[in-house]
Design a protein around this ligand. Sequence first.
Ligand code: DAK
Length: 259
Amino acid sequence: MDESYANLIVSQQERIGIVQLNRPQALNALNSELMDELVRALQAFDADDSIGCIVVTGSEKAFAAGADIKQMANAGVVEMMGSPFIGYWDAVQRIAKPIVAAVSGFCLGGGCELAMTCDLIVASETAQFGQPEINLGIIPGAGGTQRLTRAVGKSVAMDMILTGRRISAQEALQFGLVSRVFPTASFMDESLKLAAEIADKAPVALRVAKEAVNRAFESTLAEGVLFERRAFNLLFATEDQKEGMAAFIEKRKAIWQGK
Ligand code: DAK
């Protein structure tokens, strides 16, 4: 990737696209410049056939300490209503390839909402998750009241959102907000290993699986199951389904074409 970014470090490792938030002076606080770059980097990876899975990460100290408080402190209601800011989270949600949020350190407010907009969250032992907006006289505004509640249930979500308290990586694992917690020393290696495992799968099936799981949040059970059935059947029109099943029968590794 040749494009250069002021607030990101973007790289590729085999079939993994890595986007590292890099605004250390503000603990990766998410301003509009950073979010604009993030969306552009994700869209570029999404359009790149050599990428199978994307990792969004931050620094050891902070995934992101929230939206940039200094940027929005003086905004008025009309300005907030007309702000394109929230559109960045929607754009992240529209990325078709799987996105792993690899979280170390602070993951707060809009940062936690960004992680939850990704497809799965893995954490280092040092990660701390929270929605502290209540301490600023506001509430989560990028999906936190909805996605956190779906992830951890009403009681824990209320506890976190009404008190602003931060939870540890272990608590986040226990509550179902994250799927795995890795030791600090091996956190990035383990996160990339997981992403590589995903990136190695059949590309079309990955997209369809992501879409189907996300549909669970947007539909009734009956509609979701119907969506899954159609999506499942559709995969029998792909070369990868023929290859995957032939490889199983022939006891060899499948070679995916993404077709
Ligand atoms: N914004 C701006 N700057 C931040 C920041 C933030 N969220 N978090 C940290 N910083 C800056 C600090 O101001 C400080 O800068 P200098 O003073 O050195 O210039 C630098 O990062 C280091 O921070 P600290 O000195 O505070 O570091 P500590 O280790 O002592 O404390 C901390 C770390 C993470 C506990 C603390 O920085 C903190 O409490 N940060 C704020 C966390 C927070 O309240 N996050 C929620 C922000 S509100 C929207 C949708 C969603 C949102 C907005 C709009 N729309 C619908 C449009 C989301 C809102 C939020 O996320």
